[in-house]
Design a protein around this ligand. Structure first.
Ligand code: SF4
Length: 348
């Protein structure tokens, strides 16, 4: 299989002998990153013999769309096939103002085993390479360009698809460095959110390289014993250590942090949870509530009045709280639902 041209930085590509003129790399980057042309044969102002040579030596995207489903509320979920026939899912979302977010996968499966997440049920199949991560972004960018309802040329990227980004840190960082490179997509760091289950000793590596990135940490319970049941990773990175590190990092990088909180009835919505959460530093952390999404009529999903009551209690103790509404529920595209569906059918 040819190497993806997405693995090349502009300088590295422009030095390749394959080019007859020094400006060719610039033309090709423009075709790929500005115009979303993913076939060398469609790069019409490149000489025919060079297009042929590029096609023989490189490819552009390293994923192939295998399936797509659109939900009743306009969310599109893609299943992408990788070289080894494994698949990952990515999601294209628009808010009510038609602002677009791409939810991107960093791994095929995940080994973190969070109890509320279907990806965790798969276990880890493998890390995605940087070009596979970039390919998802570019593919969804092309979808956005063809979406007449989108007026804003900017989009957000959230690493909240399949996988734990900090468990594949090198490749995720390589992908982000290309996403923000002005010669590539040139995305602002503030438009990129990396979500982690709390791998405390790897967060600084990311912030050192990308200090303006948005960081989200999956909290889900302020009580160590309860969190360990939901998130096995908490045994290795206990809450006291995690918060100690997050506060230290805030002191260095001033990067406010979103604490993701999956609401599970009878588990983490008790008065004692409110009391413990009230002790969180309100200048640093903001809480985003996500009613559990793992099954259609999951009895653990709280009712609307229960969600509102919990949210009111948190607000009353001075916490900044938002709530994530269900999106793409009818196509299993909402939070915690991404899953390699062929995996279930025993294709791999
Ligand atoms: S929530 Fe994230 S870290 Fe946990 S199992 Fe799912 S993909 Fe992995």
């Amino acid at each position: 299989m040819n190497d993806s041209i997405l693995n090349f930085r502009f300088d590295g590509l422009s030095e390749r002998e394959i080019f007859d003129k020094p400006y060719r790399a610039g033309q090709i980057f423009k075709f790929i990153y500005e115009n979303c042309i993913f076939d060398f044969n469609d790069m019409t102002n490149i000489p025919l013999n060079l297009r042929k040579s590029l096609s023989e030596n490189f490819r552009i995207l390293s994923i192939v769309e295998s399936a797509r489903r659109t939900s009743s509320d306009g969310v599109i979920k893609f299943l992408f096939e990788l070289d080894d026939k494994n698949c990952v899912e990515s999601v294209y979302l628009k808010d009510k103002n038609n602002r677009v977010t791409f939810c991107i996968s960093s791994q095929c499966g995940c080994r973190m085993g969070c109890a509320f997440c279907k990806t965790g049920d798969m276990g880890l199949i493998r890390n995605l390479r940087a070009d596979e991560i970039l390919s998802q972004v570019l593919y969804l960018y092309k979808i956005m360009k063809g979406d007449a309802s989108v007026v804003d040329k900017y989009f957000n990227i959230v690493f909240m698809g399949m996988g734990e980004p900090l468990d594949n840190l090198t490749n995720v960082e390589t992908a982000i460095s290309k996403l923000i490179d002005k010669k590539n997509l040139g995305i602002s760091q503030t438009r990129i959110t990396v979500s982690t289950c709390g791998i405390a000793d790897k967060i600084e590596d990311l912030l050192k390289k990308f200090p303006n990135i948005t960081l989200a940490v999956s909290l889900n319970s302020p009580e160590q014993s309860e969190r360990e049941k939901m998130m096995p990773v908490s045994k290795k990175y206990p809450l006291n250590l995690l918060f100690q590190e997050l506060k230290r990092l805030y002191g260095v990088y001033k990067n406010r942090i979103t604490l993701e909180y999956v609401l599970i009835k009878g588990v983490n919505m008790r008065r004692q949870d409110v009391d413990l959460l009230s002790q969180i530093d309100k200048d640093i952390f903001h809480i985003n509530l996500i009613p559990i999404n793992v099954g259609g009529d999951d009895p653990r999903r709280p009712s609307e009045p229960e969600i509102k009551s919990f949210m009111d209690k948190l607000t009353a103790v001075g916490l900044k709280v938002t709530r994530r509404y269900r999106r793409g529920a009818d196509i299993n595209a909402d939070c915690g639902q991404l899953f390699y569906e062929k995996f279930v059918e025993g294709v791999v």
